[in-house]
Design a protein around this ligand. Structure first.
Ligand SMILES: Cc1cc2nc3c(=O)[nH]c(=O)nc-3n(C[C@H](O)[C@H](O)[C@H](O)COP(=O)(O)O)c2cc1C
Ligand code: SF4
Length: 667
């Protein structure tokens, strides 16, 4: 059976450059009995945009409609719905619920919104198990195994009767999804949610029929859910499941990869039509999706699943950001469907842009995990790099909808992230924009940051390429090697000035000596760096520089005034930097100052008054101060000005992108 818009999309692909460039991604696939025009799937994404009692909101619908448009005829999955009204399974503040018929109208609106974009609508059931209990303050699972992460609630062992009720609740929630009009049914059993808790040896310690010493025995709960859900949905509706292929919980005797792969074969036997392959648990200490993990590095996992004997189609996301990678994987028979979550948080239309041959317009995810950090801290979805994320229901948030009637001659001073972003958004609205930068190329602070290891160059590449491409398309004029002075402003009197001049590394007063150099000089090899380096600063730029120098064989010590090293990095990524520092032998003293600089050493004063010497052939200053000198020139000449990005307060890339975008919208 063909999906509703199958023929329309297939005809459209004929004329699209992306369909020729990525013929495997844009080839049809049959899942169960349903034929789908392409192999793109937006993976389920909690966004905390729904009401706190589980009703779908217009914000969530608009968020999803944008992603549905982006899958270009493929599958669009709504966030996992919780299945019980005690909400022990609810993991997130705004998680949608399907435990009662009262939720049906919102779910129907959601299914319609996805289908209106001519995507295939997928509905996901997700009991969060030991990651649940957000409101109930009590999670439930196969056994009361204590949490490893303090963030999560205590776990209560499910009684036999509760297990049967929970299975029935999954079937009931599935019926609601069918009635709402969804076309595909999916069950999520990933990263430590309920189904995975039953499969796992460490979290399932039951001695009844729902536990046991083999994965086959522990599979019973999952098998019962698959069979009951299958019975509750129409015979021609595909049933999908997301399960972990490798939990990465070896340290607590979790399942081996072989045990996990067996659950794939068992799921097939129980009746699923496609498997979504996932890796890792929230309680695992192994990174799977952060930026330091190379793109495409998990493709060996679906390959292994196929070698293990999986017959149904398999999909996978997991830092598989590029269509060319997915296309090759599909061509090689490693993967059947390209799934993605964060790439479409960062750019809802990402696959569609591949199809339309507009790759330069893609706003790439930088795998920083701010979206996840916010989810866990009960904040509505936001993206580090995409200022429109979660504002899809607000047309005024988009520059093309707020054209100006009074075009201005706008000068943007600084071609860093903030300046580039402000320039293209202002130009889109109709302003005449000129960008100046004293450097020969765009990038600002990121010209230094890109030298840091662990894929930090992606931050530079993504923001600079995107910003430049957008500005060039809209007629922005760029003047590099040009430093804007107060006199230039006074002479030429632009209508408005956006001061996006970034920040500089500030040498503390009284620090003099050949061996005292800036981060810019150190990271770009502009001055000699000795074997023993002390870096003044403990925020992200200092950490990047410390790691870059450590990789060159230097012995690096960081000394910083912040109480925590990397306080400016979100907690879902900071732990990675802590590990990198340990792995590279970088020592860090927080809540500390440099009291004295001597010949080959510094004296560090710790927060408690203790002083001690640290060897230092070179001292690098990495604390930043804003460059905001042009402010006065604008004020003196009565010119409208905006101070944005690091020029306002030195921060990270996100502050710069969001400042720049909003400034372009408002100027
Ligand atoms: C903010 C956020 C919310 C998520 N919510 C869900 C969910 O509701 N159900 C689910 O099965 N997976 C969920 N995931 C996991 C993603 O679907 C996906 O498997 C993961 O992000 C890796 O893919 P990516 O590298 O393309 O982001 C979520 C991920 C993120 C970042
Ligand atoms: S917040 Fe970061 S990880 Fe999440 S989608 Fe945006 S760029 Fe990607």
């Amino acid at each position: 059976m063909k999906s509703k818009y199958f023929d329309e999309w297939r005809a459209k692909y004929e004329t699209m450059p992306g369909a020729k460039k990525y013929p495997h991604v844009f080839s049809p696939i049959t899942i169960g009995k349903l034929e789908i025009p392409c192999r793109v799937k937006y993976a389920a994404t909690e966004d905390n945009l729904n009401t706190h009692d589980g009703f779908i909101t217009k914000e969530d619908i608009a968020y999803m409609a944008a992603r549905a448009k982006g899958v270009a005829g493929g599958i669009c999955t709504m966030q996992g719905v919780t299945t019980d009204e005690t909400r022990k399974g609810q993991g997130y503040l705004g998680q949608a619920c399907a435990a009662d018929r009262k939720f049906l109208p919102g779910l129907t609106e959601m299914a319609n919104a996805i289908k209106e974009q001519k995507a295939v609508s997928n509905y996901q059931l997700m009991h969060c198990g030991r990651v649940g209990g957000h409101w109930a303050k009590q999670a439930e699972g196969p056994s009361a195994v204590p949490q490893r992460l303090r963030l999560f609630e205590p776990v209560e062992e499910m009684s036999h009767a509760r297990i049967l009720e929970c299975i029935d609740q999954h079937a009931f929630a599935a019926e609601i999804g069918v009635e709402a009009g969804f076309e595909i049914m999916e069950i999520s059993g990933i990263v430590g949610y309920l189904l995975s808790n039953y499969l796992n040896n460490y979290t399932n310690r039951r001695t009844d029929e729902y536990g046991g010493d083999t994965v086959e025995k522990r599979f019973k709960f999952v098998g019962d859910i698959i069979r009951k859900v299958k019975a509750a949905i129409p015979a021609d509706m595909p049933l999908l499941i997301r399960l972990c292929a490798w939990e990465q919980l070896d340290d607590v005797n979790g399942n081996t990869m072989e045990e996990s792969l067996k659950t794939y074969l068992l799921s097939e036997e129980a009746g699923v039509d496609m498997l979504s392959i996932t890796v890792g648990w929230q309680e695992s200490t192994v990174p799977v999706i952060s930026r330091d993990v190379d793109q495409g590095s998990w493709l060996w996992v679906p390959k292994k699943a196929k070698e293990f004997g999986v017959k149904v189609p398999v999909s996978m996301a997991y830092r598989l950001f590029k269509a060319e990678m997915a296309d090759k994987a599909i061509a090689d028979g490693v993967l059947d469907m390209w799934e993605n979550c964060r790439p479409q948080i960062a750019d809802p239309h990402m696959p569609l842009k591949f199809l339309e041959g507009r790759e330069e317009d893609i706003r790439w995810c930088v795998a920083c995990n701010v979206c996840l950090a916010r989810l866990f801290r009960d904040a509505p979805m936001t993206c580090y790099i995409n200022p429109t994320c979660a504002h899809e229901s607000q047309p005024e948030w988009y520059p093309e909808n707020v054209h100006t009637d009074e075009p201005k001659n706008v000068w943007v001073v600084g071609a860093g992230v903030a300046g580039l972003e402000a320039a293209w958004t202002a130009a889109e609205r109709g302003h005449k924009v000129t960008v100046f930068d004293k450097n020969a190329e765009p990038g600002g602070t990121l010209l230094d940051a890109r030298q840091a290891p662990y894929n930090d160059y992606e931050l530079y590449e993504v923001t600079t390429n995107f910003g430049m491409a957008q500005g060039q398309k809209r007629g922005v004029e760029y003047k590099f090697n040009t430093e804007v002075t107060a006199d230039m402003i006074a002479d030429e009197l632009p209508d408005a000035v956006v001061i996006a001049t970034g920040a500089h590394y500030a040498k503390p007063e009284g620090w003099e000596g050949e061996n005292i150099i800036s981060l810019h000089e150190a990271i770009n090899d502009l001055k000699p760096v000795g074997d023993n380096v002390v870096i003044w600063g403990n925020k992200k730029p200092a950490i990047g520089c410390a790691l870059a120098l450590a990789k060159k064989g230097k012995k690096v010590t960081m000394v910083g005034a912040e109480k925590t090293t990397g306080k400016d990095i979100n907690p879902s990524f900071r732990w990675r930097y802590n590990i990198f520092m340990a792995q590279n032998g970088v020592k860090a003293y927080s809540d500390a100052t440099i009291k004295e600089i001597g010949d080959g050493y510094v004296i560090v004063r710790y927060y408690d008054g203790v002083k001690f010497p640290v060897k230092a052939d070179t001292i690098v200053y990495a604390e930043r101060e804003s460059n905001n000198a042009l402010k006065e020139a604008c004020q003196e000449n009565g010119i409208e000005f905006r101070l944005i990005g690091d020029a306002a307060i030195p921060r990270g890339v996100s502050g710069a992108v969001h400042d720049g975008y909003k400034t372009g919208l408002r100027i």
